[in-house]
Design a protein around this ligand. Structure first.
Ligand code: FE2
Length: 425
């Protein structure tokens, strides 16, 4: 007897199986013909995957697009300045309301684990207070990790260090940083050394915005790899963005990638946002603003896709759909071989879960009973269609349902219905 059976779905590896759930755990993944359950979801012909995971987001800024104005230049730096204007006037209640609305969107898209940076350069730590409350509110259905992020620079803002430490004391989970935004290369390096030491002393992970610039001489990732090794933080450090690597000298990159691999640093490119933020100072040809994804993977580095922003000072679109993120990443990184497309799907599920250190993630017996049923036949089709999430289960509970919605045609000699978004077969 199960509490819930998800029947006949196709798993990302192609296996067709029933998934039996008891309480908040997956109890069986096999043929369960004749088994009884309190509730059954028929997933015959549909893709069933573990929940989507976003390892890089800014929930304090989300859904604020246009407040107090839009980003006219479209650059990272104007976005930071604009966020400075907004955070001065935003209230804790407003930030909470926006973040909670975003979490609703996330659940509807099957996105059940999010790592969000939270700005620690506001003297009142309003974002930290708001997102700690949100983390508590959503804890039954979303794994929300918070990163203490000194947005205006650990040294560039005279209060950033003290406030970042205060945020960690308040319960923020991860140590963040932004070395390429410090005043000098030296201060960028010192910020990495200092922040990694704080993480080592407190036993916390590190996730830094690192080299989010088109400047090929922005080489802070080298220092991050060095400090990770020196302090024994291997496997606990993520480097987000790494866009300067796009423009680096190939010889230097051939030395750099083994150093990143050796340190066990995970990489989080954010393709939706960096394809629009980067290259803004280029004429033609314009650089793409994405780090070297396939090349890092070839060196055994875990690379995930992050969303970064939805409707905020840096990015004017977005839907909380990690398949949109993977779709853009697939294009910009030219990951079009079937194996590479399947890897793109794996990046927004398993790889991102490893980067966040999620326990019990997956679709094996004993794993946490969280999963998504998609109106697609397989992972590649899911990337192509970015389809409806027919059902979302979090820890054994159905938290979202969507009705399959075919389109009706009125065409002579043609079928009356067409599968929504042209699903094949
Ligand atoms: Fe970011």
């Amino acid at each position: 007897m199960f509490d819930l059976i998800v029947k006949g779905g196709t798993l990302p590896d192609g296996l067709v199986a029933d998934i039996g759930i008891r309480g908040d755990k997956i109890a069986a993944v096999e043929g369960l013909a004749g088994a009884e359950a309190g509730q059954v979801i028929d997933a015959t012909g549909d893709l069933v995957c573990p929940p989507f995971v976003d390892p890089h987001f800014h929930m304090d800024a989300t859904l604020s697009y246009g407040q107090p104005r839009v980003n006219a230049s479209g650059t990272l730096l104007e976005g930071i300045a604009l966020w400075g204007e907004l955070k001065a006037i935003a209230t804790i209640d407003e930030m909470k309301a926006r973040a909670l609305e975003y979490c609703d969107w996330a659940v509807s898209m099957g996105l059940l684990a999010i790592r969000s940076h939270v700005d620690t350069c506001d003297p009142d730590l309003k974002g930290v207070q708001a997102l700690l409350d949100v983390r508590e509110t959503v804890k039954e259905y979303i794994d929300l990790q918070l990163v203490a992020f000194p947005q205006d620079g650990l040294y560039r803002d005279p209060n950033a260090l003290e406030q970042t430490l205060r945020a960690l004391d308040m319960g923020v989970d991860v140590v963040g940083g932004i070395p390429h935004f410090e005043r000098t290369m030296d201060e960028g390096s010192w910020s990495i050394t200092n922040l990694c030491k704080i993480a080592a002393d407190r036993g916390l992970p590190v996730d830094m915005h690192c080299d989010e610039t088109d400047d090929p001489m922005s080489r802070h990732i080298e220092t991050l790899a060095y400090e990770t090794q020196r302090l024994g933080l291997n496997g606990r450090v993520a480097a987000s963005h790494l866009t300067s690597m796009h423009s680096m000298d190939n010889y230097y990159v051939s030395k750099l990638l083994p150093l990143i691999a050796e340190a066990g640093i995970n990489a989080i490119p954010n393709p939706l946002i960096n394809i629009v933020l980067q290259g803004r100072h280029d004429t033609f040809p314009k650089r793409r603003g994405l780090t070297r994804v396939k090349e890092m993977q070839a060196h055994g580095i875990t690379v995930g896709w992050g969303q970064d922003c939805v409707l905020d000072p840096w990015y004017s679109l977005g839907t909380a759909d990690m398949l949109d993120v993977a779709f853009m990443g697939l294009h910009v990184a030219q990951m079009t071989h079937p194996d590479e497309m399947r890897r793109c799907f794996d990046m927004v599920t398993n790889a991102n879960a490893r980067i966040m250190g999620l326990q019990g993630y997956g679709l094996e017996p004993g794993c946490t009973a969280s999963l998504v049923v998609l109106d697609a036949g397989n992972a590649i089709e899911a990337l192509r269609l970015r389809p409806d999430r027919l059902a979302v289960v979090s820890r054994g509970k159905v938290v979202a349902r969507q009705t399959r919605n075919d389109s009706r045609l009125s065409l002579p000699g043609r079928p009356e219905t067409v599968r929504r978004r042209h699903r094949a077969g």
